[in-house]
Design a protein around this ligand. Structure first.
Ligand SMILES: *[C@@H]1O[C@H](CO)[C@@H](O)[C@H](O)[C@H]1NC(C)=O
Ligand SMILES: *[C@@H]1O[C@H](CO)[C@@H](O)[C@H](O)[C@H]1NC(C)=O
Ligand SMILES: *[C@@H]1O[C@H](CO)[C@@H](O)[C@H](O)[C@H]1NC(C)=O
Ligand SMILES: *[C@@H]1O[C@H](CO)[C@@H](O)[C@H](O)[C@H]1NC(C)=O
Length: 360
């Protein structure tokens, strides 16, 4: 495959953008994700949304669409239930094929955030391998029978290598996946107790273990070194910033924090700002560049936000090209400045920067 640019449309935030705003020429693949807490696909009855989403392919005939399955909202027991027995896997896979075909999706993106740290049964990662293997087999069979293109199977995986080793048999499962998006963001947060950038390209000069392992460069190369073909690996790049409320007047990196940052005016969630909310924040804020990590942060009063902008998108995309990885995955399209009103950089400035730099 190679040369992929997966853009994720997260329905969690889509209320602020609309499907019809999406430029279908921005990427090679679009992923539809929602937060359904059910493995029973018949309960995912957003038929009108699926139709409008897949209608984007009428405009760009080369565009491929994927259905995202999993995420934070699925409870661990459900992952086990789907994958632990041959009978359950068969039932799930059958429903997946039927569902994707009925709604005209071109594939499935597995967002398998299980097990969590505390729940580290070795057999669970074998279940994930089996599920992927049998899904790929079913997709291949379906293509032979229908004479149509094979459905795609991709996965979004953690960039935390310690968790990755709990969750995935990396070299085995990589064989059955078309693309693997390494979600190299949310790598620092309020749990650290101090400020830091959640999606740095490189290690910071003042970092110790385990933080030294939490950057795009390390994560992608780790997946590669464990046996994943480079062309299948996509770097996850966020269109959102992670914000903190400072504890003291110290505004530097590693400064103590009192908690998550104030909610953004539109997204209304503590600790996160969409790129289109970062732009207005930057007015009157102090802007800093983290030279060794190639990303920026800004602060104003007791609010501190680490974010990505066109410059860091460009740097990251150039790094992807230089290292000959497969491409990038952007999370999430609806957090970019979708109609260009907030940042004055045109519509979808971050997605456009990725597209232009990767040359897809
Ligand atoms: C899935 O949900 C539908 C509608 O709620 C229900 O009729 C069906 O029995 C469920 N299937 C399974 C396998 O739980
Ligand atoms: C487990 O999966 C089976 C088959 O898909 C389904 O019938 C059953 O309701 C599920 N059980 C739970 C607890 O979700
Ligand atoms: C701010 O915090 C950092 C990290 O703890 C520390 O190195 C630095 O000296 C502090 N700066 C001030 C002005 O207190
Ligand atoms: C920026 O500062 C100026 C002068 O103090 C003030 O008038 C303006 O409202 C501020 N803008 C924002 C977005 O905070």
């Amino acid at each position: 495959m190679g040369k992929g640019l997966l853009l994720t449309v997260s329905l969690v935030f889509l209320q602020y953008a609309s499907l019809e705003n999406i430029d279908p020429y921005l990427c090679t693949h679009l992923v539809y994700t929602n937060s359904r807490d059910s493995e029973n696909l018949t309960e995912w009855n957003d038929d009108d949304m699926y139709r409008r989403f897949n209608d984007l392919k009428r405009k760009n005939k080369k565009l491929k669409t994927l259905l995202g399955f999993g995420g934070w909202n699925n409870r661990g027991s459900r992952y086990v239930n789907i994958s632990s027995t041959l009978k359950n896997r068969k039932a799930f896979i059958k429903s997946v094929v039927h569902f994707l075909k009925r709604h005209k999706f071109d594939g499935l993106d597995l967002d398998w955030r299980f097990p969590r740290r505390e729940n580290s049964h070795a057999k669970y990662k074998q279940y994930f391998t089996l599920l992927s293997k049998e899904l790929m087999r079913a997709f291949t069979t379906e293509a032979l029978c229908s004479g149509k293109d094979r459905l795609l199977l991709t996965a979004a995986v953690t960039a935390n290598i310690f968790l990755a080793n709990l969750r995935y048999e990396i070299s085995e499962v990589s064989q059955y996946l078309d693309f693997i998006s390494v979600m190299s963001f949310n790598l620092r947060g309020v749990w650290d107790g101090f400020t830091g950038h959640h999606s740095p390209l490189f290690v910071g000069s003042k970092e110790h273990l385990p933080l030294m392992r939490f950057n795009i460069n390390f994560a992608l190369k780790y997946w590669r070194d464990q046996g994943t073909p480079k062309v299948k690996l996509l770097a996850g790049i966020p269109t959102f910033g992670i914000s903190f409320t400072l504890k003291t007047s110290n505004t530097s990196l590693f400064a103590p924090i009192a908690g998550k940052g104030d909610p953004g005016p539109n997204t209304q969630k503590s600790g996160i700002l969409a790129y289109y909310e970062v732009c207005p924040f930057l007015k009157n804020a102090t802007l800093e560049y983290i030279e060794d990590q190639k990303v920026r942060y800004a602060f104003k009063g007791n609010q501190w936000v680490a974010f990505d902008d066109r410059e860091s998108f460009k740097t990251k995309a150039q790094w992807v090209k230089r290292n000959r990885f497969g491409g990038a995955m952007l999370w999430a399209l609806d957090l970019d400045d979708y109609n260009g009103t907030y940042c004055n950089e045109g519509s979808f400035p971050l997605a456009n920067t990725l597209k232009t730099t990767l040359g897809v």
